[in-house]
Design a protein around this ligand. Structure first.
Ligand SMILES: NC(=O)c1ccc[n+]([C@@H]2O[C@H](COP(=O)([O-])OP(=O)(O)OC[C@H]3O[C@@H](n4cnc5c(N)ncnc54)[C@H](OP(=O)(O)O)[C@@H]3O)[C@@H](O)[C@H]2O)c1
Length: 301
């Protein structure tokens, strides 16, 4: 079968095959963007590898370096705390033309570029609904990423849901605060609504069903409607009615201000964590023994 896709002839290696790696592989195959044998999954755990082989029929290995050797695209899908180890592992193995796509939260392009000694890098910030193909991913790319590679990155990220390209990497910290942490805000809203419904006498099960469907339906309605959510809210707020009383209490309690402060706090934290990540990467680089060239060896002698 010929796959009408930009990912044709572009073997992909996944480094780390946990929740997100599995979701991405599943999405790529479901959308018929690649054939299973064009994907190599690498992980520390044989059980994870057995599972993705069983589910998707992809190639597997527990050797990251072997996984990337023939790949044109390498997806870094490990947790942030092991990223520097993975970068050190892959340093020197990637071909300059290989596209690296990182989904590692908070990892800055400069740290990865230095750790991998590689230039063509796409940094992404997906969110949790990506695990069911309904994510929102914001991404940025280095200048070394070609137009074709950008298209390839877009196709891969499309397997996780919607995606938005930004030229300025600093917008990834801003995306972290809105769409990255966003599901947590929505879950908290749902939790509070369910508790309020239980307070009124609904069973937890019924309350959950009502709240989940209300959030789902509202999101779908907002997506399809051409008008701003503020106008949609006005439509359900009859003069002197029940919603008007509820909205008055939400405003009095500082609902919008609290949400805005929460987003600002998440942004500041994301910027601070990114700076820490870069400082750590700098410290690791400067503590590495320098390669001895013939010239320096002669000088030392
Ligand atoms: N989960 C989400 O909804 C979500 C949303 C947005 C962004 N992200 C980002 O996506 C990345 C992956 O998240 P995840 O939830 O998929 O994590 P995960 O389920 O922990 O998957 C990562 C996998 O990589 C393995 N691993 C660890 N060290 C490795 C190494 N040196 N070489 C190869 N594999 C290694 C892990 O094994 P161990 O379990 O032994 O460590 C695990 O099986 C994270 O950086 C996260 O920030 C996730």
């Amino acid at each position: 079968m010929t796959l009408p896709t930009i990912l044709h002839d572009a073997p992909i290696a996944f480094i780390g095959t946990g929740a997100m790696g599995e979701a991405m592989i599943g999405g790529l195959l479901r959308h018929k963007l690649v054939e299973p044998d064009a994907i190599t999954a690498s992980d520390l755990h044989q059980s994870r590898l057995d599972e993705v082989k069983r589910l998707f029929g992809v190639r597997t290995t527990d050797d990251n370096r072997a996984a990337v050797r023939k790949a044109r695209i390498v997806v870094l899908s490990v947790k942030p705390q092991v990223l520097s180890t993975v970068c050190a592992d892959l340093n020197g193995v990637l071909r300059p033309s290989t596209l690296v796509v990182s989904i590692v939260a908070g990892a800055r392009i400069s740290s990865m570029a230095a750790g991998l000694n590689h230039e063509a890098i796409v940094r992404t910030m997906p969110n949790t609904p990506a695990q069911i193909g309904e994510g929102m991913t914001v991404w940025a790319a280095t200048d070394a990423v070609s137009d074709k590679q950008r298209e390839q990155a877009g196709a891969i990220l499309g397997a996780l849901g919607k995606h938005l390209f930004v030229r300025d990497e600093s917008f990834l910290d801003k995306a972290t605060a809105v769409s990255g942490s966003g599901p947590a805000y929505v879950f908290m809203l749902m939790e509070a609504l369910i508790d309020a419904a239980v307070h009124l006498g609904w069973s937890r099960n019924d309350a959950k069903e009502m709240v989940v469907q209300t959030v789902r339906g509202s999101a779908m309605f907002a997506e399809r409607s051409p008008v701003h959510p503020a106008e949609m809210r006005n439509m359900v707020t009859s003069p002197g009615g029940t919603t008007a009383d509820a909205i008055y209490q939400l405003d009095k309690g500082g609902f919008r201000t609290v949400l805005s402060k929460a987003v600002m706090a998440a942004h500041q934290r994301s910027v601070a964590l990114g700076a820490l990540d870069e400082a750590k990467a700098d410290a690791t680089r400067s503590s590495r023994p320098k390669r001895t060239t013939r010239k320096t060896a002669r000088k030392r002698r």
